[in-house]
Design a protein around this ligand. Structure first.
Ligand code: G1P
Length: 298
């Protein structure tokens, strides 16, 4: 019998306005900002594909057509590169269009992350699915999503990714209260609050942008009233699952200890570029040398 919780589809919300990156994001989606030589969104799509999820639904908004173009073919460019015999660049250009089956749906009104996820109900259907937030890049060397899917398929619980943060920063994130399980870094979530004040946060465990959810979560999202910021929050729907696990299962968390880059934030974007850059085969060594010399001057 096939596992009823098997995950084959991924949903990537990319409808955000990118106000933290203005004016760069005035006419260009924030997900198209390049980290070295690939737009941020390609890292996120590659992570889904590497985890075996090749059916990808992007929830888009206004100004996102360049994103669709990036994952489409560009016949003229391919022909020019072919005629020149530049097979290396041809491969790079074709890579993004051959990655996955990507579908797009518009969110319409930007009513929050929970609402963006709910927009995907028709495409996802009743099956379990993964949600990857377009701002969060997880270093490809660190295992996260595949472990989350493994736990979901084994337990039928929704699985969220958590990371320890400085308590002063918890108000930027969803925050989870948890109890331990006998598996290292796997926890049971007992309470979830969206962006609590530091003084009211139940822990310093922040929700980061990877989720594995049961299809029944759509029911909970439909019944979720606007919360923090007047928006329909995914965190609130998950809190409903914590309180009423008979509808859509309970919620487990994985405490992630690898590298996660919040590319929606200027300083973190620069840090991400540097950290990914030093690991690159083509430019890593030169960049390391530059950084060593530069560090002496500041
Ligand atoms: C969203 C979620 C929040 C989560 C964060 C992770 O917030 O609502 O719970 O901690 O993503 O990046 P946003 O950053 O979209 O405001």
């Amino acid at each position: 019998m096939t596992n009823p919780y098997k995950v084959t589809k991924a949903l990537i919300p990319v409808a955000g306005l990118g106000t933290r990156f203005l004016p760069a994001t005035k006419a260009m989606p924030k997900e198209m900002l390049p980290l070295i030589d690939k737009p941020v969104i390609q890292y996120v799509v590659e992570e889904a594909v590497d985890t075996g999820l090749t059916d990808i639904l992007m929830i888009t908004g206004r100004n996102k057509s360049s994103l669709e173009n990036h994952f489409d073919r560009v016949a003229e460019l391919e022909q020019t590169l072919k005629a020149k015999g530049d097979s290396e660049r041809l491969e790079q250009v074709q890579e993004s269009s051959d990655l996955a089956d990507i579908y797009y749906t518009r969110q319409g009104d930007p009513k929050g992350l929970g609402h963006a996820v709910l927009t995907g109900k028709q495409h996802i259907g009743e099956h379990s699915f993964a949600v990857l937030l377009g701002d969060d890049v997880i270093n490809a060397k660190d295992i996260l999503l595949s472990k989350m899917i493994e736990i979901h398929e084994a337990t039928g619980d929704n699985v969220i990714a958590l990371m320890e943060v400085d308590p002063a920063d918890i108000s930027l994130y969803g925050c989870a209260a948890v109890t331990a399980t006998d598996q290292e870094d796997v926890v049971i979530v007992t309470d979830l609050v969206e962006k609590p004040a530091a003084s009211e946060a139940p822990s310093n465990l922040a929700v980061i942008g990877r989720y594995v959810l049961r299809g029944e979560m759509f029911q909970l999202l439909e019944n979720t009233k606007p919360g923090r910021g007047g928006e329909i929050q995914l965190t609130d729907a998950l809190e409903a699952a914590v309180k009423n696990p008979e509808i859509a299962g309970g919620v487990r968390g994985i405490v992630f200890r690898g590298n996660r880059y919040d590319t929606g934030d200027k300083l973190n974007f620069i840090k991400a570029t540097i950290k990914l850059g030093v690991d690159r085969e083509d430019i890593g060594e030169d960049l390391r040398e530059f950084l060593r010399n530069f560090a002496k001057t500041i």
